[in-house]
Ligand binder design. Sequence first.
Ligand SMILES: [Zn+2]
Length: 108
Amino acid sequence: MYLSRNWYFMQTAAITPDAQGVAFSDAVKGRLIRFVSSHEVGHTLALPCNMGSSIAYPVGSLRSASFTKKYHTTPSIMDYARFNHIVQPRDEEEALTPDIGICYPMGL
Ligand SMILES: [Zn+2]
């Protein structure tokens, strides 16, 4: 939790009040735990870290609220992508946290 809290702070505090305090809300903690535990459950299912799926998304698409709400911030939760640090303060509310992506189980 400490590590994911620090990542979230360092990568998103410039654009979200959720990451600007010393203590995070339970909702934010829940999103961080979901992110990490989803990735780790993938390992228990024998999925390796995917160090490259995030290259499938153009960097500019991470500033699009409609794109990130539909496709999240990376195609695979097994990628080593972190939080959406591409978003700028005046952008709409984009997804900030990686989630289970579109690659599994469809194999796209
Ligand atoms: Zn991993």
